[in-house]
Design a protein around this ligand. Structure first.
Ligand code: AMP
Ligand code: MG
Length: 354
């Protein structure tokens, strides 16, 4: 199939492009679009065929549910069987924005969209183009991240084109996204509510509104004997093609250890890579060293992470070491939790503690 690629940010023409996208979605087609978190691969959430097409285009297992994107809070009542008061308070505090809520699914939402579950994931994005497109599409757009299953979520249209060109009807190119990690997911069908995926809206922010909130046990550990509550989490996500390990310890020791390992790997024929903060990046001897940003600037690290993982793929790096960023155990808060959750997944939980 021929994929139409349209740039957003061109003023009046945007309106036309978003309307055309809405038409494609209403007719059962697929459109990739920018949001404030990562690019989404959208289909009509109320049309089971559209959801089937999303799974096919991504190569995603069909028991991994999709998030339903809406353009106004009231639409919660159309997709959820019950809207608890907590959902309204969270919507008031964080919508539009990077927060997804899990609620009991209403009858309007096909089980193809919820991966067979009787719960539904709902989000109201803050990206104005995304909201307009959802409105033009009839109000309910199912959208997982617009990557092939198992690859890092796309943070820029060029990565969407890499993965989706020829597989879907349209790609809306809105440049680089703002946040770079997927939305926070909070399950409101359990008491206390549980964070199934950490993101820009942190545990502390949720606590401020909800009182109590817990982390799902699988967020920071491999926990092979525990079934994650967000079905998507049982799959190895966000994986670069090269073998990635995270090294933790004091910065000097990490540099020394990693340089030794890089030497061995290089001698064994590997193309080597490192992900490092700005203060230590110059000390590594690898084929490719990626500086992710200032260690204290978590927003920059979050925005750069997926792009870096993809760049390693493009450069055919086979052995990668990463420094640890933020909070590896999820004890403290902040965006560090979301960063480490994704990095741990990308590394298949390979962590070397010095
Ligand atoms: P993606 O949009 O690719 O980041 O994937 C959507 C994520 O939301 C996956 O990890 C899903 O497992 C999760 N999700 C969607 N719907 C539900 C639900 N009803 N219950 C739990 N997790 C969900
Ligand atoms: Mg995804």
């Amino acid at each position: 199939m021929e994929t139409k690629i349209v740039r957003l940010g061109e003023g009046e023409k945007d309106e036309e492009a978003l309307r055309e996208a809405g038409k494609i979605l209403k007719a059962g087609g697929l459109v990739a679009f920018p949001t404030e978190t990562v690019y989404g691969l959208g289909g009509d959430a109320l049309n089971p065929d559209s959801s089937r097409k999303i799974y096919a285009a991504k190569g995603r297992p069909s028991d991994n549910p999709l998030i339903v994107h809406v353009c106004k809070t009231e639409d919660l009542y159309k997709v959820a069987k019950e809207v608890p008061e907590a959902a309204l308070r969270l919507a008031e505090a964080f919508w539009p924005g990077p927060l997804t809520m899990i609620l009991k699914a209403g009858d309007l939402v096909p089980r193809e969209t919820t991966g067979g579950l009787d719960t539904v994931a709902v989000r109201l994005p803050s990206h104005p183009g995304a909201r307009k497109m959802i409105e033009c599409a009839g109000g309910f757009v199912a959208a997982p991240s617009a990557n092939l299953s198992g690859r890092p979520s796309p943070t820029s249209a060029k990565y969407v084109i890499e993965d989706m060109d020829g597989r879907i009807e349209m790609i809306l190119d809105g440049g680089e996204v703002g946040i770079g990690l997927e939305s926070t997911i909070v399950d409101l069908t359990v008491d206390p509510p549980q964070i199934l995926r950490p993101g820009f809206i942190t545990g502390e922010m949720l606590k401020g509104v909800l009182g109590a909130v817990e982390n799902d046990v699988t967020l920071f550990s491999a926990a092979k004997d525990q079934a994650p509550r967000a079905p998507g989490m049982k799959y190895r996500h966000y994986a670069p093609k090269g073998d990635l390990a995270i090294v933790q310890g004091n910065p000097e020791a990490v540099v020394r250890f990693v340089n030794e390992k890089l030497k061995e790997a290089g001698q064994a024929g590997a193309k080597t890579g490192v992900i490092a903060a700005s203060d230590t990046a110059g000390k590594y001897r690898a084929d490719v060293v990626k500086t992710i940003g200032d260690r204290r600037d978590e927003e920059v690290i979050a925005r750069r992470l997926y792009g870096i993982l993809r760049e390693f793929d493009d450069e055919n790096v086979t052995k990668i070491y990463s420094e640890s960023f933020g909070d590896e155990e999820g004890r403290t808060g902040g965006l560090g939790q979301a960063i480490m959750n994704r990095l741990l997944k990308a590394a298949g939980h390979q962590v070397i503690r010095l």
